[in-house]
Design a binder for this molecule. Structure first.
Ligand code: 2BA
Length: 109
């Protein structure tokens, strides 16, 4: 068994949840925050048999889109408290960031 941790954009998360339900893939959905943009994203925990890992990865790949987003870096103050202008920078987010981990044990009580 493997644990897939998939970080996707909020905009793609409902479609992906629906796909998981349709394909009988069990998943847990967490509301998370990206460390860089500090805006919401969604993390799925998916425990899955080894022979279905590729199927799950394919679904995530099909559902997750790349988007360009602007972020404004925090305003800087120098020693004289003069404000340095900060301009929005464009970052490309996604499609999905996935980790596949081995599962040592799986039990449900
Ligand atoms: P965020 O940390 O909010 O990052 C959003 C996007 O900002 C990233 O998209 C990337 O394009 C850019 N970015 C992130 N850190 C940067 C930096 N230090 N300098 C310049 N640009 C930077 P993605 O790479 O597609 O990542 C989307 C989200 O996936 C991330 O949101 C984070 O929540 C997660 N993630 C990505 N890589 C990760 C990793 N190695 N470990 C844990 N979470 C990760």
């Amino acid at each position: 068994m493997k644990m897939i941790i998939a970080i996707v954009q909020d905009k793609d998360s409902n479609r992906l949840s629906n796909q998981f339900i349709e394909q009988n893939i069990r998943a847990t959905k967490l509301s998370t925050t990206g460390g860089f943009l500090r805006s919401g994203n969604t993390t799925f925990l998916i425990g899955i048999e080894d022979d279905r890992v590729q199927e799950v990865m394919d679904l995530i790949k099909e559902t997750s889109h790349t988007r360009d987003q602007f972020m404004t870096p925090p305003v800087n103050m120098d020693v004289s408290m003069d404000q340095t202008a900060s301009y929005p920078v464009e970052v490309t987010v996604g499609g999905a960031t996935c980790f596949v981990l081995p599962v040592e044990a799986f039990q449900q009580f």
